[in-house]
Design a protein around this ligand. Structure first.
Ligand SMILES: Nc1nc2c(ncn2[C@@H]2O[C@H](COP(=O)(O)OP(=O)(O)OP(=O)(O)O)[C@@H](O)[C@H]2O)c(=O)[nH]1
Length: 344
């Protein structure tokens, strides 16, 4: 499938405007993208979305029907949408060769998408279908304060480790202020420290906490690619697309292998769980510690032995009863094996 760019960022950081700009630039370059809106609460979608969560889920109705507040309704709408993600991906995959990228807009309440089961299901579904990356959009003018900058970076860091997907940090609103100060803070710990202590002359708890966090995040900064754009002015997008190409390669080389390894471990764990469950079940029905196949062949042997009973009456009765029991047990075990096959 074409590369998927999941646009994530704090409310008002400019995700929708950024996506609108990507959409128009790609159309202008005759490389149309496939656009998906996953924000059920958004009032207006300024780009033409190919799939819009609002077409199938009425956010206000979800609020009324389930008696929920705004965030609960967004989570529930996403849960409802996640149940259909396979169908959505089938549609996208079928027409994937007609599109250069898949662009996904997400709700401004980052935690509602990133830390919910549905967010994880949707992200994993895209990552299983093709190269997927996170574009983490940051409102640059609001980052001039070290505390806001640090909060944004902590969010980005937790998203990176949660999704295990390549990430691009996009400093937006570069027309208001260039993010040179933020890039310097990311590359030079001492520069950040200097601004931090200039802003907070006292050595308060907050100052020393941010100091320690900046040290910790040093390793995280090394895994990132950063670009500066202005979604309104349309600057910085050539650089952004170059980084996207780099991240596609990174996904195919590093992340795909890692995801497959994690998937294999999960599958093995699941197979073991099923085997344990089956063993427990067999124990419950009194065929403890036996392989179901062995039990079946024992039963077949018993049946063969019982084919030629003595001609004494009581033996005949015992034969009938034993045959009945063995057939009942056999049917139960065949049912278990059949269910196991179906599950697999
Ligand atoms: N100056 C400037 N303003 C921008 C830029 N990008 C977005 N904005 C403005 O920022 C505000 C929020 O933009 P949106 O695109 O709605 O942000 P969002 O992240 O999608 O917002 P939510 O959907 O509420 O999370 C709007 O007033 C935009 O016009 C930019 O590059 N420069």
């Amino acid at each position: 499938m074409a590369p998927t760019i999941l646009c994530v960022g704090m409310a008002g950081s400019g995700k929708t405007t950024f996506l609108q700009r990507l959409n128009s630039d790609l159309h202008a370059a005759k490389k149309p993208p496939y656009v998906i809106n996953l924000d059920p609460a958004v009032h207006d979608v300024p780009y033409g979305a190919n799939i819009d969560i609002r077409d199938t889920i009425n956010y206000h109705k979800v609020m009324d029907d389930y008696g929920l507040g705004p965030n609960g309704a967004i989570t529930t709408s996403l849960n409802l949408f996640a149940t259909k993600i396979d169908q959505v991906l089938n549609i996208v995959e079928k027409r994937s060769d007609q599109y250069s990228n898949i662009l996904v807009d997400t709700p401004g309440q980052i935690e509602v998408f990133m830390w919910s089961a549905s967010g994880q299901i949707i992200t994993d579904a895209f990552a299983s279908a093709g190269p997927t990356m996170i574009a983490y959009i940051i409102d640059t003018p609001r980052c001039t304060s070290p505390a806001t900058f640090m909060s944004n970076m902590l969010y980005a860091c937790s998203i990176l480790y949660k999704t295990k997907l390549p990430m691009i940090i996009v400093f937006n609103k570069g027309d208001v202020i260039e993010p040179t100060f933020a890039i310097e803070w990311m590359n030079d710990f001492e520069a950040f420290q200097k601004t931090l202590y200039a802003d907070h002359e006292d050595s308060s708890y907050m100052t020393s906490l941010m100091n320690s966090l900046a040290l910790m995040l040093d390793e995280f900064y090394n895994t990132l690619d950063v670009c500066s754009v202005s979604a309104v002015a349309g600057t910085g997008f050539d650089e952004f697309f170059k980084v996207v190409d780099k991240k596609v390669e990174e996904f195919n080389v590093d992340y795909k292998a890692e995801r497959e390894r994690v998937k294999k471990v999960k599958e093995e764990r699941e197979a073991k769980r099923k085997a344990d469950d089956l063993e427990r079940l067999l124990k419950d029905v009194g065929v403890e510690q036996k392989d179901p196949m062995d039990v079946l062949s024992d039963l077949e042997d018993d049946e063969e032995e019982l084919q030629e009973p003595d001609d004494e009456d009581n033996l005949q009765n015992r034969y009938q009863q034993a045959l009945k029991d063995s057939q009942g047990e056999r049917a139960a075990i065949e049912k278990i094996l059949k269910n196991q096959d179906l599950e697999q």
